[in-house]
Write a protein that binds this ligand. Structure first.
Ligand SMILES: CC(C)(COP(=O)(O)OP(=O)(O)OC[C@H]1O[C@@H](n2cnc3c(N)ncnc32)[C@H](O)[C@@H]1OP(=O)(O)O)[C@@H](O)C(=O)NCCC(=O)NCCS
Length: 86
């Protein structure tokens, strides 16, 4: 999370994630990375999409916030997919 909103949308999140994914796939040699994201967090979903994460599933109405139920998406990225794009 980037706590200071003034620093959102300047490429820092994507760059930090790319560094993390380099470490995870190249240094640690892990096979896959998975995450959960709230369906209303369009900014984060777009960022994960740009990093080649795919939506792998949906936990329907799993979060209750501000009087409404929201889905949670499961997203994942395989090492082979990451290496293809980088
Ligand atoms: C999600 C978060 C880490 C993204 O970091 P960021 O530095 O703001 O994002 P970046 O500037 O690197 O942008 C990466 C991509 O996200 C998307 N994005 C960024 N700002 C956006 C906006 N205002 N609207 C829509 N998409 C946006 C774009 O696809 C962008 O790629 P592009 O610039 O090539 O089009 C950051 O906004 C954050 O900390 N948010 C609050 C915490 C949070 O939601 N964490 C994720 C929980 S799952």
């Amino acid at each position: 999370m980037i706590g200071e909103k003034d620093y959102w949308g300047k490429g820092y999140g994507k760059e930090a994630f790319q560094l993390l994914l380099d470490y995870v796939f190249i240094e640690l040699n892990l096979h896959r990375v998975g995450l959960k994201v709230f369906s209303f967090n369009e900014k984060a979903i777009r960022m994960y999409g740009k990093l080649d994460f795919q939506v792998e599933g949906k936990l329907r109405e799993s979060l209750y916030r501000n009087g409404k139920w929201h889905n949670i998406y499961l997203m994942g990225l395989l090492k082979s997919e990451y290496l293809k794009g980088n």
